[in-house]
Design a protein around this ligand. Structure first.
Ligand code: ZN
Length: 361
C-alpha cells in the first residue's frame, strides 16, 4: 500500500555509486494486453540500459513477467540491487510509462499521482440514506452507510395532501442535514483532497448546500449511480472524473505557458529554449508531452546546450557531445533546481513542440 509515508521514504533513498532504476509502467487491462505492456517495458528498459546495471533491468523484467499478478492499472518499481534497494508498487490508478536512472529515485510521477488520486471520497445520497466511500490511491479504505428516518408515502389527495407533503419534505431535510453532518465528520477523519457526489439531482444539490464550506469546495464532480451501485463501478466512475480534473489542470498549465511564451513573458515553447532556461535554473514548471524524447548537444568547452546539431560551438568553437535523451536531462535538472515536472498526455500544441516551460522570471 502506498502512503505519504512511503513517498517520503522513497524520496529519502540515495545511491551515490550505483544508479537507481525508477520505472513506471501502464498495465491498464482495459486498454493493454500482457504482450503490449511487456513490449512497452522492453522499450523503457532499452532507454536506460547504458546507465542501469543488468541485475536491475533483470529484476524489473522478472517482476513484471513472473511475479506481478495482473491486478491494478500501473506499476512503479525502484531498483538498485547492489545497494539492496528494491521497491515494487501495484497502483490502482492510471500510470504513465517512464524510466529513469539516477542517484535518487524519480518519485515525482508518484507524487503527482498521489495529488490526483491519493485521497478521495464518494458520497451517494438519496432522501433517506447516505453511503460514504473513502479511497486511498484508488483503493477502498473505509465505507459507511447512514439510514435516516423513513419517508412514508401518502397516496391520498385533497385537503390533507399539502400538509403531508410538507411533513415529507421536513423529514427529507432532516435526513440530508444529518447525512451532511456525518459526511463532514467522515471528511474530518480522512481529510480527502477531493469529494465526488452521486444520486438524484435535486437531492444532491441540497446535500451539497448542507456540506460545510471547506468540504463543499473540494467537490470535484458527480458520479453516475446511487447508493445501491456496485463498489467497482463507483470507483471506476470516480477515477474517470478525477482523471478529467487532472487533465484540465495540466491543460490549463500548458495554455498559460503558451500565452506567456506568445507575449514574450515567462514561458518557452520548444526544446531549444527550454534547455537554455533549464540550464540557467529558471524553470518553474517543466511540461513534457507524454512519450516525447529527443537528443541534445552540449558544448565540451563552455557547456552551451542546444537541440540543434552543429559542428562547433558558436560561442567558444569547441566540439559538441551528444546527450541521447534531452528530456531526462531536463527533468533531472529542473527537479534539482526545485522546479516541478508535469508529463502531459494529449495536448495538441504541446505534442507538436515536445516540451515547454513556465519560467520563474
Ligand atoms: Zn562552447
Amino acid at each position: 500500500m502506498l502512503t505519504e509515508q512511503t513517498l517520503r521514504e522513497l524520496a529519502a533513498l540515495e545511491s551515490p555509486d550505483v544508479p537507481i532504476l525508477s520505472l513506471y509502467l501502464d498495465v491498464d487491462p482495459r486498454r493493454l494486453t500482457k504482450d503490449h505492456y511487456r513490449l512497452n517495458l522492453r522499450h523503457l528498459l532499452e532507454r536506460v540500459k547504458e546507465e542501469i546495471a543488468r541485475e536491475d533491468l533483470e529484476a524489473a523484467q522478472r517482476f513484471v513477467e513472473r511475479e506481478y499478478d495482473g491486478s491494478g492499472r500501473g506499476l512503479a518499481l525502484f531498483s538498485a540491487q547492489a545497494r539492496g534497494i528494491w521497491r515494487a508498487f501495484v497502483l490502482a490508478v492510471p500510470t504513465p510509462n517512464l524510466a529513469f536512472a539516477g542517484r535518487k529515485p524519480s518519485v515525482f510521477p508518484l507524487a503527482r499521482l498521489w495529488d490526483a488520486y491519493g485521497r478521495f471520497l464518494v458520497a451517494l445520497v438519496d432522501k433517506t440514506h447516505v453511503r460514504l466511500l473513502f479511497y486511498q490511491m484508488g483503493v477502498l479504505q473505509e465505507s459507511l452507510e447512514l439510514h435516516g428516518e423513513p419517508i412514508k408515502r401518502h397516496k391520498q389527495g385533497g385537503w390533507g395532501a399539502e400538509k403531508l407533503q410538507r411533513h415529507e419534505d421536513e423529514v427529507a431535510y432532516r435526513n440530508l442535514k444529518e447525512a451532511a453532518e456525518l459526511t463532514a465528520a467522515f471528511c474530518a477523519r480522512h481529510q480527502p483532497r477531493y469529494l465526488l457526489l452521486g444520486g438524484a439531482d435535486p437531492t444532491v444539490v441540497e446535500f451539497r448546500e448542507q456540506l460545510p464550506r471547506p468540504w463543499r469546495e473540494r467537490i470535484a464532480g458527480t458520479v453516475p449511480g446511487d447508493r445501491m451501485s456496485e463498489e467497482g463501478e463507483i470507483r471506476e466512475a470516480a477515477l474517470r472524473v478525477l482523471q478529467q480534473v487532472e487533465r484540465e489542470r495540466e491543460f490549463a498549465l500548458v495554455d498559460a505557458t503558451i500565452t506567456a511564451a506568445a507575449k514574450g513573458a515567462n514561458g518557452v515553447m520548444n526544446l531549444d529554449d527550454t534547455l537554455g532556461a533549464a540550464a540557467e535554473g529558471r524553470v518553474h514548471v517543466l511540461l513534457v508531452a507524454d512519450g516525447f524524447h529527443a537528443p541534445a548537444y552540449r558544448c565540451t568547452g563552455c557547456g552551451f546546450l542546444t537541440a540543434i546539431r552543429r559542428e562547433t560551438c558558436p560561442f567558444c568553437g569547441a566540439a559538441f557531445e551528444t546527450l541521447p535523451d534531452a528530456v531526462d536531462w531536463l527533468i533531472a535538472t529542473v527537479l534539482e533546481n526545485g522546479g516541478q515536472v508535469e508529463i502531459v498526455e494529449g495536448h495538441p500544441r504541446l505534442q507538436e513542440v515536445g516540451v515547454a516551460a513556465l519560467l520563474r522570471y
